[in-house]
Design a protein around this ligand. Structure first.
Ligand code: TLP
Length: 341
């Protein structure tokens, strides 16, 4: 049976153009700084984000981990959103690698509560009180259903952070989804951050890779940390070549993924599921059901894969390898299941 795979946009296969670019890629030893294709990808990323420098990572988690490590000292406190990926889903690298204390704060679908943030920042500086040194945002926000952090909120967070001397890092694994949905260029979002991580391997369909952008000193230090974490790669131009296609050819089509998500959310609502399509502006839908594990099992029996993310929430992610017909098929299955669940 061919499964329609809504588990994540990470399941996307590289496009034929990517495979050709990978085959033809000029390569060299990247640890020695010799890979021309990696250099090209990194300068492309820094141009697009209008940051001084960029660095290619094997994963988003490693890029986030390196960013936190560079921005902080052991024992610092950092402010994170309470449902953020960096806090909940990255194996605790905040404490395992950077040895910082995460202070989770609430948000309105990823938009930080500025008053709460201000209260959370440690103002008293004594040797026995941890120092707040970093705030992390996520845009789009995965576990708020691909929600978008408003540029106004971002600016408020950034201004407040700067008042207190904090760094700002954006986990922008899906920042191109935010940009395509709002029409705001990614460099505008990046203006309000010292560093941004974004993924090539999600909706942009590259097989592997995420980028970190920031100023030159920050990236020099991140390169050192990447090596320390075992992320120094050799003839990695074969992967960077796919990343170049991702950045130059795959961004605009993300709007199709958003249309597919709209069609799915609207269809689920029409069938009678408890869902507000306006909550899902990009390519991620989170559906509340009575029993997520059972629901996912029934979907699978009918050729549909989705991810249970809590006992009563199921996540559907739309992407390049799912067609509009696949959405229709999924809706038919959900229609047939609603009475029995
Ligand atoms: N997210 C994956 C899973 O880990 C849940 C997914 O399927 O959505 N930041 C955000 C916002 C992410 O969604 C992810 C991956 C990462 C960071 C980590 O990227 P990778 O998987 O490349 O380490």
């Amino acid at each position: 049976m061919r499964y329609i795979d809504f588990r994540s946009d990470t399941v996307t296969k590289p496009t034929p153009e990517m495979r050709k670019a990978m085959y033809e890629a000029e390569v060299g030893d990247d640890v020695l700084g010799d890979d021309p294709t990696v250099r090209r990808l990194e300068s492309l990323a820094s141009e697009i984000f209008k940051k001084e420098a960029a660095l290619f990572f094997p994963s988003g988690s490693m890029a986030n981990a390196a960013a936190v490590k560079v921005h902080t000292n052991e024992g610092d406190e950092i402010i994170v959103e309470e449902r953020s990926h960096i806090y909940l889903m990255e194996m605790g690298h905040l404490s395992f690698i950077s040895r910082v204390i995460p202070r989770p704060i609430p948000s309105s679908r990823g938009n930080l509560d500025i008053e709460f943030m201000e209260k959370t920042i440690r103002k008293v500086r004594r040797y026995y009180i941890p120092k707040t040194s970093l705030v992390c945002l996520e845009n789009t926000h995965n576990y708020w259903g691909g929600s978008i952090v408003d540029i106004k909120n971002l600016k408020e967070v950034y201004d407040l952070a700067k008042n207190y001397g904090l760094k700002v890092h954006i986990d922008g694994a899906r920042i191109f989804n935010a940009s395509v949905a709002t029409g705001i260029p990614v460099y505008e979002y990046a203006k309000y951050a010292d560093s941004v991580m974004f993924s090539l391997s999600k909706g942009l369909c590259a097989p592997v890779g995420s980028m970190l952008v920031g100023d030159k000193d920050f990236i020099d230090e991140a390169r050192r940390i990447r090596k320390l974490l075992g992320g120094g790669m050799r003839q990695v131009g074969v992967l960077a070549a796919a990343g170049i296609v991702a950045l130059t050819k795959m961004v605009d089509r993300l709007k199709e993924d958003h249309q597919k998500a709209k069609m799915l959310a609207g269809g689920l609502k029409n069938i009678g599921y408890d869902i507000d399509p306006d909550d899902f502006p990009t390519n991620i839908i989170i559906l509340k059901v009575k029993d997520a594990a059972l629901f996912v099992e029934k979907l699978k029996e009918n050729g549909i894969l989705a991810l249970p993310i809590s006992p009563n929430e199921v996540r559907f992610v739309t992407h390049n390898d799912i067609s509009f017909e696949d959405i229709e098929r999924c809706l038919n299955v959900c229609d047939s299941l609603i009475a029995s669940l």
